[in-house]
Design a protein around this ligand. Structure first.
Ligand SMILES: *Cc1c(COP(=O)(O)O)cnc(C)c1O
Length: 388
């Protein structure tokens, strides 16, 4: 057994922070303004510029971002939103929170993203929107999905939680492709502020409504109130939420955004090393990056072939025994208790197979080449041992 010199386990993911994040956070704490304020505004401006969007609206997570977006769709009971089952459960939960019903469609087994054909088949008179997910950082087939949406006059919402820095035919995700895109800055994402989210859109009215709704639909911003020279009283125009990001988190996000090119380069380098190693193995199918698309490798998720020398679960356990932490592939939401009422299984064979046959391997900025070689070597060894 190839053993690691260090006794610690190699985690599947680890955020990367330096003294710059610490310094800016300290500055915010000393400034006395820790709630949503100037740093949030700065992060929004920089994020909008980075992705090429007209508006960026910061919120407390991608889940709350998606929740707000579903709210402004004005869903009524029985209204349907098409989305993949192969995603994190937040993708579907936000539809329920918004008062609608998720309609799961299957994914393309090669890209792990929504199959445009399955999307078109799932459209009914009750469909109100299509939610595309750029799963594990690879853009979905937006041109095809947008064409279908246009034919049926439906908005396309992007769950871009894992897709910061990913590109679709020359434009970053979040630059208008769909109507609205939602990003995550949670602890496992490439750009992390602990928790956090960002919504981008090119639509002025939508941006304004989202800004209000994230702060209890208050008629004026804290900044406007703060700088007023005469007393002012705010009004609460509708039922809103507190989905705000703090300036403390925004400080972390600002520095992380400035690091993003470097973070993405390292990820793509490490992903290429895995892919190169697994090609020769023959039983672990590396993720693909179709022509014209740039994957950010938020997660590196290969799939085991049907005739692999070891099952996915046994591979995960054998790696854990050797100090290497992994995760199963992306979940299938339709298998979880809140979504089992409908018998989806017959409709979602590719999603279920991917959940069962894929694995997420360690990939993070500070993963050393040596530690990655240790992961690769162990996978090779485990796969060449006779099946017990
Ligand atoms: C991470 C993730 C989310 C949730 O993001 P949070 O910021 O943790 O709420 C939603 N959808 C997908 C596809 C994700 O990867």
């Amino acid at each position: 057994m190839t053993t690691q010199s260090a006794t610690t386990t190699i985690p599947v993911s680890r955020p990367f922070f330096g003294p710059e994040e610490e310094a800016l956070v300290a500055q915010v704490l000393r400034s006395g303004w820790v709630a949503q304020g100037p740093r949030v505004t700065e992060l929004e401006k920089r994020f909008a510029e980075y992705v090429g969007a007209k508006h960026a609206i910061a919120v407390s997570s991608c889940a709350t971002a998606l929740h707000l977006v579903m709210t402004i769709l004005g869903l009524h009971p029985g209204d349907e939103v098409i989305c993949p089952s192969l995603s994190f459960i937040a993708t579907a939960n936000c539809i329920v929170h918004g008062g609608g019903t998720p309609v799961f469609v299957d994914v393309d087994p090669v890209t792990y993203n929504l199959s445009p054909e399955r999307v078109e088949e799932a459209i009914t008179p009750r469909t109100r929107a299509i939610m595309a997910v750029h799963q594990v950082g690879l853009p979905a087939a937006m041109n095809e999905i947008l064409a279908i949406a246009a034919r049926h006059n439906l908005p396309v919402i992007e769950d871009a939680a894992p897709a910061v820095g990913a590109e679709y035919f020359g434009r970053r995700i979040g630059a208008p492709h769909g109507l609205i895109a939602c990003f995550s800055f949670d602890g496992r994402k490439i750009l992390s502020s602990g928790e956090g989210g960002m919504i981008t859109t090119g639509d002025d009215a939508i941006a304004g409504r989202l800004r209000k709704l994230r702060t209890q639909a208050m008629s004026m911003s804290d900044a406007a109130r703060h700088s007023a020279r005469q007393i002012v009283f705010e009004q609460y125009d509708e039922v809103g939420h507190n989905f705000r990001l703090t300036d403390i988190q925004a400080a972390v996000g600002i520095v992380q955004l400035s690091r993003l090119p470097e973070l993405l380069t390292r990820r793509r380098y490490l992903a290429a090393r895995y892919t190169e190693a697994f090609r020769s193995l023959g039983w672990l199918i590396p993720p693909t990056e179709p022509q014209g698309l740039v994957h950010n490798y938020q997660s590196y998720m290969p799939r085991l072939k049907k005739d692999s020398p070891i099952s996915r679960d046994d591979l995960m356990q054998a790696l854990l025994d050797r100090g290497i932490s992994t995760r199963r592939g992306v979940m299938s939401i339709h298998r979880e208790p809140p979504y089992r009422a409908v018998k989806w299984d017959r409709l979602l064979p590719e999603s279920a197979a991917l959940t069962d046959e894929s694995i997420i391997l360690p990939l993070f900025h500070s993963l050393t080449d040596q530690d990655q070689d240790f992961v690769i070597e162990n996978i090779r060894e485990i796969g060449s041992a006779p099946r017990s």
